[in-house]
Structures are given as structure tokens and as C-alpha cells.
Write a protein that binds this ligand. Structure first.
Ligand code: PGA
Length: 241
């Protein structure tokens, strides 16, 4: 039985003071969460320590928004697994479309991050997704296949989360039809060849579409940007039916 994973990505939002205020409101709202699911939030690096001192890790865990493929060295602006594990971080987002787009992250780099995260004891959340142009040209399946084959090479599917995030649905308010998203998630599962791999959908997930998304057979969770910044919205998402 696959456990659902509801993840929030705060991106470049939230100071330490904001984090404290958020968690004081959010934690009581998820206290009675059913135990068929896990909740994860990726705060900015500067707020991880504050976050870690407020959560009890029973039902809420921490993700990082990046992870490097070496433990230390001359890699300005990068972060290593050791630095994250010290703060009880358990997951690491890699391959999100924003670093792919703004910082030209390649499938090869994404793969190195994912492999090193796993060998360091963390669970990578590897994002894949096609642009609107690629979808309109009928290339979505081909793009996803390439990202999965190259990005996930030599990873262990039993300690992995893959997030299918169609780029045109991120931060736009346009959600992919739940049944279309489900088809791509099923394709990802087939490509990986491990039926228990956790596959999330991401892209304009909101309190009003979460129940339909989570009713899909191949969607085991969500990766939420904008709606995870509001404790009431995100607690509704985490309490999906
Ligand atoms: P969104 O972002 O929920 O704001 O569309 C999703 C993401 O970037 O993971």
C-alpha cells in the first residue's frame, strides 16, 4: 500500500519569523491527519533551523529545495546532505522546473543530485514536466520519458518520489485535467518498472481540486507551491478526502 505524500514548496518565501507564525497556526490543523499520508514542507534554507525546532516530526517532515552531489568543497551557493541531515531534513527536491529554466539545470546534474541524496539517506523528490509548446506538439510523453530515463538512472525506486509537474500548470492557475495527469503518472510508473514508487502531481493544486486529484489511481500525492504558503489552504490539502 503506497502512502500518500503531500509536499509544500515554499520557494523563495518565508523568513524565520514567518515560519514560526505559520507553524503555530498550521500544526494544530494537521494534528488529526489520517496515518495513510505524510506531510512535507520545503522551507528556504535560512528557515530550516527554525522549522526544525517547531515540528515534532510525527506527521510533518522537512525537505530541502536543493542538494549537491558532494559532501563539501568549492561549490558556492550549493548545500550538502550533511548540512541538511544536521537539521533533520529527510527529503530533497531536485529537478524543479525553476532551476531547470533559470539556472539551466540538466538531466545529468539532476541525476547526480538524486543519486547522492539517496546514498546519503535522503529521499529525493525528482520533478519532471513538459512545457506548453511541447505538449501542443504532442511531445509530452517523449519529454517525460527522456527526463525519467536520464534523471533517474541508477536511482533506487524504493526511496524515491517523482513529481509530475507540467510546466504550464505551475503558478498559472491552470491545472492539468486530473485524468490527463493520471495517464502521465502511469507512464512514469511503467518507465520506472516498480509499482510502489510514489508519484506526485504538481501545478496549481488548490483546496478545490485536491480531492479529485487524489482520487486518481496513479497519483500518490501532490507538490504544492502557492497554496502551501497559506496554513489554512495547505491544511485543507493535507486533509484531502
Ligand atoms: P504551484 O507550484 O502550486 O504554485 O503551481 C507548484 C510547484 O512549483 O511545485
Amino acid at each position: 500500500m503506497r502512502k500518500s505524500v503531500i509536499a509544500g514548496n515554499w520557494k523563495m518565501h518565508m523568513t524565520c519569523a514567518d515560519t514560526k507564525k505559520y507553524l503555530e497556526e498550521f500544526l494544530p490543523l494537521i494534528e488529526e491527519i489520517p496515518n495513510d499520508r505524510k506531510i512535507v514542507i520545503a522551507p528556504p534554507f535560512t528557515a530550516i533551523s527554525t522549522f526544525s525546532s517547531y515540528t515534532n516530526f510525527d506527521y510533518l517532515n522537512i525537505a530541502s529545495q536543493n542538494i549537491h552531489w558532494e559532501d563539501k568543497g568549492a561549490f558556492t551557493a550549493e548545500i550538502s546532505p550533511n548540512m541538511l541531515i544536521e537539521h533533520k531534513v529527510k527529503y530533497a527536491i531536485v529537478g524543479h522546473s525553476e532551476p531547470r529554466k533559470y539556472f539551466s539545470e540538466s538531466d545529468e546534474q539532476i541525476n547526480k543530485r538524486a543519486v547522492f541524496a539517496q546514498s546519503s539517506g535522503l529521499t529525493p523528490i525528482v520533478c519532471v514536466g513538459e512545457t506548453l509548446e511541447q505538449r501542443e506538439r504532442g511531445e509530452a510523453d517523449r519529454v517525460i520519458t527522456r527526463q525519467v530515463e536520464q534523471g533517474l538512472e541508477n536511482t533506487d525506486p524504493s526511496n524515491l518520489i517523482v513529481a509530475y509537474e507540467p510546466i504550464w500548470a505551475i503558478g498559472t492557475g491552470k491545472t492539468c485535467e486530473a485524468s490527463d495527469a493520471n495517464k502521465i503518472c502511469a507512464l512514469i510508473r511503467r518507465l520506472i518498472g516498480f509499482s510502489d514508487v510514489i508519484i506526485q502531481y504538481g501545478g496549481s493544486v488548490k483546496p478545490n481540486n485536491i480531492d479529485e486529484i487524489m482520487s486518481m489511481s496513479d497519483i500518490d500525492g501532490v507538490l504544492v507551491g502557492g497554496s502551501s504558503l497559506d496554513p489554512i489552504s495547505f491544511s485543507r490539502i493535507a486533509n484531502f478526502e
